[in-house]
Design a binder for this molecule. Structure first.
Ligand SMILES: [Zn+2]
Length: 284
């Protein structure tokens, strides 16, 4: 994020030099409209049951927001689905997996994730959803050093520590809303099934129609969003930040309180918090 802000500030200075009107009310109001559209797009995605993604262009956002403004949610859903299906075709999903392979927090889960991706690209969608949802929960529990039974409030608490609002334009809010209302949405046997990616309806065996490309992709994209937040780690009060595989960090894990653990999305953010890179694991 810090990198993004620096780049934006630089860009803004360059534009100001080139276009003296850059600060005019007209430009300001157009920028404001774009920002509002991005925020709306992210929340619309979450409401329509798709994990919101940051990597879309304003041009791609426009038809989704227009349909939602016209209260045509069927159309908005179609637009979002088309966008995600084309962005995350087989090649797109393999690109996601290449990022997972590089993430040290996921090393123990890679054999499972590899088969999830093979099943997804092979169209075996009934196999992907129940395999990847527990990986998301396991990742949160492991990384935050959870002890004992894992309740929904624990999962939401860990997610809040990862998506704490540092990312602007409603992104963090949209991800948390998606997880809380869609994935963990209330479900009991004998009541109508939710028409969305419901962790409980799938894993408790009630939903028998979840084996679709859309469900499978939603589950993969949610996992991707969450794993992406696992950068480096430090402890409140500690001086260094580490990779999760570092022996020094592993030692700290045994002696420090789990609620003092901070997972930094980017090493820059850890440095902004006054931490320095560990000399043993050399993060970044
Ligand atoms: Zn270290």
């Amino acid at each position: 994020m810090a990198r993004v802000l620096d780049a934006l500030a630089e860009q803004e200075a360059a534009w100001q030099a080139r276009f003296p009107d850059f600060n005019s009310p007209e430009v300001a109001s157009r920028l404001q409209r774009t920002v509002e559209r991005v925020q709306k797009y992210r929340l619309v995605c979450a409401l329509l049951g798709w994990p919101p993604r940051g990597d879309v262009t304003p041009k791609e956002i426009l038809p989704v927001v227009a349909a939602s403004d016209a209260q045509d949610f069927e159309q908005a859903y179609q637009r979002v689905e088309t966008l995600f299906f084309s962005r995350f075709d087989t090649e797109g999903v393999l690109r996601l997996f290449a990022c997972w392979e590089r993430n040290p927090w996921l090393q123990a889960r890679l054999p499972i994730l590899r088969q999830v991706v093979e099943a997804h690209t092979g169209g075996l969608y009934y196999l992907t959803v129940p395999a990847i949802l527990p990986q998301l929960e396991g990742l949160l529990a492991d990384a935050f050093g959870h002890q004992g039974r894992l309740h929904e409030k624990d999962l939401l608490g860990y997610l809040e520590r990862l998506f704490d609002g540092t990312e602007e334009l409603a992104f963090d809010d949209a991800v948390r809303a998606f997880y809380a209302t869609t994935v963990l949405g209330k479900f009991t046997h004998g009541t109508p099934l939710p028409r969305a990616l419901s962790r409980h309806a799938v894993l408790h065996g009630a939903d028998t129609e979840y084996g679709t490309l859309a469900y499978s992709l939603k589950a993969l994209l949610l996992f991707d969003l969450v794993q992406d937040r696992f950068g480096v780690a430090s402890y409140a009060g500690g001086r260094c930040y580490h990779l999760p595989t570092c022996p020094v960090f592993q030692r700290e894990r045994r002696t420090r309180r789990a609620d003092r653990l901070v997972i930094h999305w980017l090493a820059e953010l850890a440095r902004k918090d006054g931490k320095r890179p560990c000399k043993r694991c050399l993060p970044e």
